[in-house]
Design a protein around this ligand. Structure first.
Ligand SMILES: [Fe+2]
Ligand SMILES: [Fe+2]
Length: 398
């Protein structure tokens, strides 16, 4: 049995609030020249790092393991394994300013009609953008937790590989309409890099969307986006997985050292579906059955959905050690919220914008971040509020 220390965030000596501005300063790849970034924008060319090309020059991509515009004012993002722990982002004289963000999942253009069409997903994605842009006040960011598109050539070897490019282009065209003041962060899902990612599949994703794992800061909150596909099956990219896990550990430690008020993790695969100790072979406990449009009933075992226990516990232990309280993900195409009492981590699965395999309706989750709490709720598009209360006496009101 591994002895786990109490979560840092729950200790009586919890750090003071850390209000941070969104506009910030970044350091270039060589770590030598700093320049000011405006808040990230999907219509501002030139902020997309090094991965822009003619088709996505306005698309903002994380690079150098950070999301442009969402960096700590006083710490230097660095490439490689090590996170920077110099400087301080604390300002205890300032009160914590509550904010909120939106987490979406599984837009997955092409899933409903098995890549023959994705008109239905396009309608749903446009609805998501409309609902995001309609929110008052504006969310500080929105994050799509993977399976941006459905077609992945290795999964559908008899289908035209160019379909993926068209799905990616449509995804970007639609989500470029997100209001420029709302940074849109994209997570890679198994349909984006494969069930067992390879260096090549990771490169393809990076060319379209930037880094497959990265960190960011918002208002004293440290967010860490992981590539959960590497935790699900690292067999084809073991070096990448090792490097990734070292990075995660360093980033969690650095966030703690910089006295982040909250540390939240984002990925695609759920760490677990129901219990933190559910076994890999508990294949059909909580399994998902659904009927496809063609009338076929599909039953998918847990092993497809959750991260295998050995690597799951590595993530949970690291989260617990440094006081990372929540993990937001998708992949299950239905909502599910469960907490690990042992690790003090809430595992929050958000249903899909696109194809549903449970009883939920398409929508996304709103997450309110207060000094002492993270409060969240999933809304279908039809029930989505237009206004989000951030005053302390309506912390749990929507
Ligand atoms: Fe999915
Ligand atoms: Fe998935």
């Amino acid at each position: 049995m591994v002895e786990v220390p109490p979560p840092a965030a729950a200790s009586s000596a919890s750090p003071p609030p850390i209000p941070l501005p969104i506009a910030s300063v970044s350091i270039d790849h060589a770590g030598t020249a700093a320049k000011a970034h405006p808040p990230a924008s999907h219509s501002t060319p030139g902020t997309a790092g090094t991965l822009s090309n003619a088709s996505n020059s306005s698309w903002v991509c994380p690079s150098n393991r950070v999301y442009p515009g969402l960096v700590n004012l006083s710490s230097s993002p660095k490439s490689g394994d090590a996170a920077d722990t110099t400087g301080s982002c604390t300002d205890s004289s300032q009160p914590f300013t509550p904010f909120f963000f939106a987490t979406l999942a599984d837009t997955q253009l092409g899933a409903i009609e098995n890549n023959t069409s994705w008109e239905e997903e396009k309608v749903l994605c446009r609805m998501a953008v409309q609902k995001l842009n309609n929110l008052t006040p504006r969310p500080q960011f929105a994050i799509v937790c993977g399976d941006l598109v459905h077609h992945f050539p290795c999964m559908y070897p008899h289908t035209d590989p160019a379909i993926r490019d068209r799905q990616v282009a449509d995804f970007k065209a639609i989500f470029s309409e997100v209001h420029p003041s709302i940074p849109l962060l994209c997570v890679c899902g198994n349909h984006d890099v494969g069930n067992a990612p390879t260096p090549s599949s990771l490169r393809t994703f990076q060319e379209d969307f930037g880094d497959d794992y990265f960190g960011f800061w918002v208002g004293g909150m440290k967010g860490l986006v992981i590539n959960s596909n590497l935790y699900s099956d690292p067999s084809q990219a073991q070096d990448e997985y090792d490097k990734h896990h070292r990075w995660l550990h360093c980033e969690l430690a650095a966030a703690r050292a910089l006295r982040a008020k909250h540390i939240l993790l984002f990925g695609h695969h759920p760490l677990f579906l129901h219990r933190d100790d559910e076994e890999d072979e508990e294949g059909y406990l909580g399994s998902s059955s659904f009927r496809t449009k063609a009338g076929e009933v599909m039953t998918i075992p847990n092993t497809y959905f959750h991260i295998p226990r050995a690597r799951r516990e590595k993530v949970l232990e690291a989260m617990h050690q440094f006081g990372c309280s929540h993990y937001f993900c998708g992949h299950w195409h239905q909502n599910g919220v469960s907490k690990s009492a042992r690790y003090q981590v809430e595992n929050v699965i958000t249903s899909a914008v696109g194809l549903q395999i449970g009883e939920d309706k398409s929508g996304f989750r709103l997450v309110k971040v207060f000094e002492d709490a993270v409060v969240h709720k999933y809304f279908s598009f039809e029930d989505m509020p237009a206004h989000v209360f951030l005053d302390l006496d309506r912390k749990h009101a929507w």
